[in-house]
Design a protein around this ligand. Sequence first.
Ligand code: URA
Length: 444
Amino acid sequence: MPIRAVDLIRKKRDGHELSRTEIDTFVGDFTSGKIPDYQASAWLMAALIRGLSRAETAALTDAMLHSGEILDLSEFVQCKVDKHSTGGVGDKTSLVLAPLAAAAGLVVPMISGRGLGHTGGTLDKLESIPGFKVNLPLPDFLRILRVCGCCMIGQTAEIAPADRKLYALRDVTGTVESPYLICASIMSKKLAEGIDGLVLDVKTGSGAFMKKEEDAVFLAELMVETGERMGKKVVALITDMDQPLGRYVGNSLEVIETLQILRNEGPADLRELSLELAAWMFVLGDVTSTVDEGKHKAERLIKSGQALEKFRHMVELQGADARVIDDPTLLPRSQHTMEVPASGAGWIASIACESVGTACVILGGGREKKEDSVDPSVGLVLHKKVGDSVKAGESLCTIHYNSESRAARAREMILQSYQLSDQPPLSRRTLVHRIIDHLQKGGS
Ligand code: URA
């Protein structure tokens, strides 16, 4: 008897466990187009509400991984290491890390995603660089890895095609925030890369999919376990997303901030997290034996300009106009800007981070429907972050926009997302909350 999609939906809806064969059928039939979007959406919603067992999560990850090819990178003698974030606002660390790790001698075959919900996507950021190609055929991907050590692309038709389709659907059907679906999505594409090690940046806080730390830890454990089951070295860092990372949110704006970090400038939080994640990539890739050594090495590679030169090389090889590296004014720029003044004086007590991400989506920097294209030029530059003092009328943020009505909506959201207090905050939240390192690789 053929397995029918409606029966898989009902079974999950009623809280029963699907067999490996049933999950294989769902993934295979959806990828080939036999199961339409509306049935897949219904199944995803049932899975989000009911959850998946460990066996179902493993079966889903495997089915998505085997929906395409697994890269054979055995020709590279160097360690192949990647990092992946569960998604945040203003998180451009991937753009810093790929060239930084390649400058340290690692091979970084990075396959990334687009913006999801209120969070930004690495591919959308890269595509804001005029000419940058993220849809490269695999032979080109391999050629660039050989020449440059890093290459950043999207899922090709060959790599985890099931995730590519499911990811786009989840983005617009409210089915992102399931640890099981996130685990299968991230791990299927990362395991397809043929890597030896993976650093996971699992975000927690108001701008993360996992708002509560215990949920982020649960997801991190699930992914570390999945990676280890496949024989990979995996660590997860639980990191803060209670306010945007850095000051720039929006595609071309985030490329500008990436360039600042690679020039040894830019905001302290983005720099600190980039160094920490790079250090873990170095440890997993046997470049350094401790995280502290790794951070020093990362700093040296930035100060010497080697990481920036790697970025330039990768940008050129991926077909883009590398003049943007020295002249970021060549990146897309919005037609207008508008300041958002503070309504009173005090200290910034909190920023509703998801609302900042949503404000960027409203401006056109992300997608509200699957078919939407993103406007690379729009976004936000935050002048005030948690703990900063502010005078009445001082600008909290500059909105970069192309549509007056969208800017008005974004302005309202930004104003509401800033909470002021008449006292300075007692302590600052740390950036790295916890490290899940079963391998005990971190050292001292
Ligand atoms: N990033 C991914 O690649 N997939 C998800 O499901 C969430 C974040």
